[in-house]
Design a protein around this ligand. Structure first.
Ligand SMILES: C[S@@+](CC[C@H](N)C(=O)[O-])C[C@H]1O[C@@H](n2cnc3c(N)ncnc32)[C@H](O)[C@@H]1O
Length: 719
């Protein structure tokens, strides 16, 4: 195989060439084979994953698991697990439900969304080509979570700001046709505290982004216990991880076609063979299972990387046997039957949609995506021991609360850590440059001179310029003697608030390195140096267990000690806090209620809160009287362009109002247009860019500190 790989990778060949080559080889092999062997192969639908890692349980008996201290504990019930993925030989993590769930059910529990300003989506910062590159795999575009556009004017529909969605959002894998959840379906906005609170802007206002079960057709309207949850990343996303199925829909169809050809070839061969030995239609015409197996392996392992990618090879079932052949015949028969019924029904003018049988390759991967609950208990980490709610700690925002009684030593939460090794202190710095359009520059993309030149051009903005760490810092770990920066992405752990060890009975959890090697935890990384971490960007290698320090009762708030530095910084922040002048009169648009948009006269009497303003689209055209009128046929949902505007007049039409607006096209040019509806495609009220609390200059920023006793000395790069 290695030689074949070398030779074939030098040629550009087509997939039909591969198949032809394989079939020729098969013919050659067959002509010299004895075909009486009937080696029984494992069932085609056997769950390979169930058997592979069952023994890896730290010596704990089945039905119990290793707690943080290495002791075996009885199992505590759990509904959602993070465990080695069924996608690609357990090379990454996946999210599983331990219970059957119906379409429409919400996977526990909805997460926060942390908006990122230090980088834009799809715009990989050049300087951090290695260090920080790992982040590429853990961000989404802002529209996924329903985050508003950050710029005031311009294209509001396709601004590509990046967001970080811990939990399912970061972990879920993609299996296109097998997508069984809608992940990160918008979010809610709630700043929880007032602008005058010292907690203002110190945590994300975007929360409650749900993952909703949405199983594909043919799967019975839900998912079974042990099912890996799959999102749909989109057609351009290809996980080029060795051994991973490249899951474009079109590949399932192509894979089925290849399997059909393979099957036809076998049937032909066996028929021909028995024809030539027509007197005895003997067993010997059957191709041996062993040979079938070898040929199949040869086909699926055929090198398909490089310029020519035969993605369909990656979704072929990994095992082959006669059962598989029968399955394929069955699927084809059913499909034929349905097609026939469909035609008959069409003739009868019936419109009832017919269920489609799953294609053979789809069926294979669907079954592969399921594991036993034992597997989850033994290899997974529970993700629903805690749930979010408003914290009981003043000014802290949301917090994490236990969903069940959790004995001491329970791993209450688990989080893989996205690391930035050397540039951890600079990479997240954001330069704010005022509060208007292009008011903020992302330092990662701009050099200082470029920013200075722009600021000089705009004296007004230079006064408002300030630099501040991005919000994600408050959700990340560091150490005073190191540049390393670790951001956890386990479900719910980002809700855990601080409680000092010196405060009352102290916190009830602490972070610890896991007790054994895991897909996302390599214990030998603890003895590597910081340069090794900088250059290790293919995979996550560090994780934290959040371990119960004592028995925790259901409903208790979970807290951990963020470290003395954090505690002191927060106390100093509170002591020095002076509510900003603009906290008076600030109302976020989500809390602002008005029956209609106001005219200039009305605004004089009753202005909007200072942070709100109206923006209009340019969907208008000239009518017969040479005046401009709103034209709904011009709506382009892909590109909703916003311009500054003011309402001049309002007319009641039915239950709602239509508006005459003055749209500002440039500094010198305006247009007056009639008939605007009050919505995002017409005229609407928006928060001014960077007016939300998390952009406040005064907002608290501080990373959490990794306890000294677990921080390796070799990572200490600073005095
Ligand atoms: C990892 S987040 C915790 C979740 C956060 N409370 C939220 O609502 O998203 C850390 C941030 O929570 C807030 N926080 C955590 N513990 C706190 C405490 N004891 N007092 C005040 N604020 C706290 C701070 O804003 C801190 O930067």
């Amino acid at each position: 195989m290695t030689n074949t790989t070398l030779i074939m990778s030098r040629f550009v060949v087509s997939s039909s060439f591969i198949i032809a080559t394989i079939f020729c080889l098969m013919t050659l092999l067959l002509s010299s084979s004895t075909s009486s062997s009937t080696t029984s192969a494992s069932s085609f639908f056997a769950l390979a994953v169930e058997t592979e890692e069952n023994n890896n349980n730290n010596g704990c008996p089945v039905g119990s698991s290793s707690a943080a201290g290495g002791a075996c504990t009885n199992h505590i019930e759990c509904g959602v697990y993070m465990a080695p993925s069924t996608v690609g030989d357990h090379s990454n993590l996946g999210i599983y439900t331990a219970n059957p769930m119906k379409d429409g059910d919400i996977v526990p529990y909805p997460e926060i969304i942390i908006p990122l300003l230090w980088r834009t989506f799809g715009d990989h910062p050049e300087e951090s080509f290695t260090d920080g590159e790992l982040w590429d795999r853990y961000i989404w575009e802002q529209y996924v979570g329903g985050i508003e556009a950050f710029e005031d004017f311009g294209d509001r529909s396709s601004e590509k700001s990046a967001v970080f969605i811990p939990g399912v959002g970061c972990t879920v894998n993609s299996m296109l046709e097998l997508g069984n959840v809608d992940s990160a379906n918008g979010s809610k906005f709630d700043e929880v505290v007032n602008r005058s609170s010292p907690g203002a802007g110190a945590f994300t206002p975007y929360h409650s982004t749900p993952t909703i079960i949405s199983s594909p057709d043919g799967f019975g309207g839900g998912v079974d216990a042990g099912q890996e949850l799959f999102a749909t990343y989109g057609d351009e996303w290809i996980p080029w991880i060795p051994g991973v199925a490249v899951t474009f829909n079109r590949n399932f169809a192509k894979a089925d076609k290849l399997m059909e050809e393979f099957e036809d070839w076998i049937v032909d061969h066996e028929d021909n063979d028995s024809d030539t030995k027509s007197d005895t239609k003997s067993e010997s015409s059957e191709i041996s299972d062993e040979l079938l197996d070898d040929m199949w392996k040869f086909m699926i392992d055929f090198p398909h990387f490089g310029n020519e990618k035969w993605e369909q090879l990656s979704v072929l079932p990994k095992e082959w046997n006669r059962e598989r052949l029968k399955e394929l015949k069955h699927v084809k028969k059913q499909q034929k039957l349905l097609l026939q019924q469909d035609n008959d029904e069409k003739k009868e003018q019936s419109s009832s949609p017919l269920p489609q049988p799953l294609s053979a390759s789809t069926r294979y991967w669907a079954d592969r995506g399921k594991v036993s609950t034992e597997f989850l208990k033994e290899n997974g980490k529970c993700q629903d021991h805690i749930r979010p709610d408003i914290s009981k700690i003043p000014h802290a925002g949301r917090g994490a609360f236990t969903t069940r009684d959790l004995p001491k030593e329970t791993v209450v939460g688990y989080a893989p850590l996205v690391h930035v090794a050397i540039r951890g202190e600079q990479i997240f710095e954001v330069v704010y440059n005022g509060e208007s359009k292009h008011g903020m520059e992302r330092s990662e993309h701009r050099d200082e001179e470029e920013i200075d030149a722009e600021v000089e051009e705009d004296e007004e903005n230079s006064e408002n310029r300030f630099t501040k760490p991005d919000l994600v810092i408050n959700y990340s770990f560091g150490h005073r003697n190191s540049t390393l920066h670790l951001t956890p992405y386990g479900a719910m752990v980002n809700y855990i608030n601080h409680k000092s060890t010196n405060d009352g009975d102290g916190p009830n959890v602490r972070v610890q390195w896991p007790t054994k090697e895991l897909v996302a935890y390599k214990p030998d990384w603890l003895s590597k140096d910081i340069k090794f971490l900088r250059d290790s960007i293919d995979k996550i290698g560090l994780s934290f267990d959040y371990v119960a320090l004592r028995d925790i009762k259901e409903g208790e708030e979970v807290t951990m000690d963020y470290g003395d530095e954090w505690d002191n910084a927060w106390k100093e922040h509170v002591a020095n806090w002076v509510p900003p002048e603009d906290s008076e009169g600030y109302v976020h648009s989500s809390n602002f209620e008005a029956d209609y948009l106001r005219t200039p006269d009305e605004l004089e009497e009753e202005p909007y809160p200072w942070n709100l303003h109206t923006l209009c689209t340019n969907y208008y055209s000239k009518d017969s009287t040479d005046s401009y009128t709103y034209e709904s046929s011009l709506i382009n949902k892909e590109n909703v362009y916003a311009l500054p505007c003011q309402v001049l007049e309002r007319v009641k039409e039915g239950e709602s109002y239509v508006y005459t607006v003055e749209v500002k096209l440039s500094d010198t040019e305006t247009t007056i247009a009639r008939g605007y509806p009050n919505n995002q495609y017409g005229v609407d009220l928006y928060d001014k860019a960077y007016s939300q609390m998390w952009h406040m200059q005064q907002a608290f920023r501080n990373k959490m500190y990794i306890p000294d006793d677990i921080f390796p000395e070799n990572w200490m790069t600073k005095e």
